[in-house]
Design a protein around this ligand. Structure first.
Ligand SMILES: [Zn+2]
Length: 68
């Protein structure tokens, strides 16, 4: 079986990993509420898609103080 001849140094490993980067999710602006939403998705804030209401967004009721 093919085997590596020499151990790769940590510098070589680090150079390879310089391209490992965290990328922010791309976001589009909702045409209805102007908030940021993922592209090609129903807006999670207002439930509109292509300027029309598609989904009714339920608003969570706030819990009373003292309850956890
Ligand atoms: Zn929206």
């Amino acid at each position: 079986m093919a085997n590596p001849r020499k151990k790769h140094t940590s510098a070589r490993q680090a150079k390879r990993r310089t391209h490992w980067k965290i990328r922010l999710n791309t976001l589009a602006t909702c045409s209805h509420c102007k908030k940021r939403r993922p592209p090609h998705r129903i807006c999670p804030h207002c439930g509109y898609y292509k300027g029309k209401p598609v989904v009714v967004i339920k608003v969570k009721e706030k819990k009373k103080k003292g309850q956890k």
